[in-house]
Write a protein that binds this ligand. Structure first.
Ligand SMILES: [Zn+2]
Length: 170
């Protein structure tokens, strides 16, 4: 299916609003018994500028979880996303997913990579990429958040700038 909004993943800029970083900070797996957390990323897309602004990290209902797994209630997650989309006059849209890892410098597992690709393939989205954010035990650290952009053929990592809320391709 042709995507209406096309980004150049090699020149992508992603900005997280403060409230999203606050949500990440309060969702970390600080203790070994803490369960994995996660949900959707909602944002505004600016394909002409190759820019995405993440405005919300959602907390959908969780069907089951443990320290290394999470099963999100997709019906609940999708219903909330549609509501936000309509309320925002179709400006705020689904742009990816986030989940936590119990490690300081998080990176995607093999299963994560498979899931990112599978989610991209199955999602009915108008843009040619989805963001994947993995939140470590201290997201305020430079490498405390792993961010990638999944397109049809590749998973492209984005790097954090000195401005803590900005990520760029390079
Ligand atoms: Zn993971």
């Amino acid at each position: 299916m042709m995507k209406r909004y096309r980004f150049d993943t090699k020149r992508l800029q992603v900005i997280f609003e403060d409230s999203v970083l606050d949500k990440f900070q309060s969702s970390t797996q600080r203790y070994s018994r803490d369960h994995e957390r996660g949900g959707l990323l909602l944002g505004r897309i600016f394909p002409d500028e190759n820019k995405i602004v993440v405005v919300e990290a959602t907390n959908p209902a969780i069907l089951s979880s443990d320290p290394t797994n999470i099963c999100v209630d997709l019906e609940d997650a999708n219903a909330y996303m549609l509501r936000r989309w309509e309320e925002s006059d179709k400006k705020i849209t689904y742009i990816g997913d986030w989940h936590t890892h119990p490690e300081k410098n998080p990176s995607p597992s093999l299963m994560d990579k498979f899931t990112f690709f599978d989610t991209y393939r199955k999602s009915h989205i108008d843009q040619n990429l989805l963001l994947c954010a993995i939140i470590g035990t201290n997201p305020s650290l430079k490498n405390g958040i792993w961010l990638g952009a999944q397109s049809k053929f590749e998973l492209h990592r984005l790097h954090r700038t000195m401005h803590n809320h900005k990520f760029y391709s390079k």
